[in-house]
Design a protein around this ligand. Sequence first.
Ligand code: GRF
Length: 196
Amino acid sequence: MNNIVVFASGTGTNFQAIIDAIERGEIVDTRICGLIAGKPGIQAIERAHRNSIPVHIIEKSQHPDSEDFSNRLLETLEYLEPDLIVLAGYLQKIPPKIIEVYEGRIINIHPSLLPKYGGEGFYGHHVHKAVLDNDEAMTGCTVHYVTEEYDQGAILQQRQVPVHPDDTPESLSKRVSREEHKVLPQVIENLLHNKN
Ligand code: GRF
């Protein structure tokens, strides 16, 4: 049985897509052994509760000392023993120590065709607004390994979606999200079961 730990800071629709894919048997022999929530009160926590997934809330603001924050994450992960860590809308930077210990076992989903529209400040609405401001014909999403720099690790999978002339950041976000919810579970299944 593979253990996945999901990190989330918001609505958790990608977290839900992983839950649903396990439920449907599209990710086999796997359970989500914990949600690490970046803050309390987020919708991702409700989703975890509804699915009996243990929640660990670890707030950066409660751990101003970065080593303290890193140790808190590390001890939680050591307890959860993940085979794979999935960042699904997690807004904090992952401390170097965690990346060192779990190298090659941390992935992230990003709502653009990286390397375009990646890096600090490019999250959520900001990504889609920049895509529209630059009159891009296509956008999409990327699943990639996590390294110490935002959005720079090796790319595992990308999916394209068209940008329509009347799109708003919200309409574009919805189209990209639909693709995210398909690609993320597929990448997880492939990684856990060594498929290409
Ligand atoms: C997604 O667009 C993902 O690409 C980005 O954060 C968003 C999370 O959305 N990293 P949700 O919380 O999964 O709904």
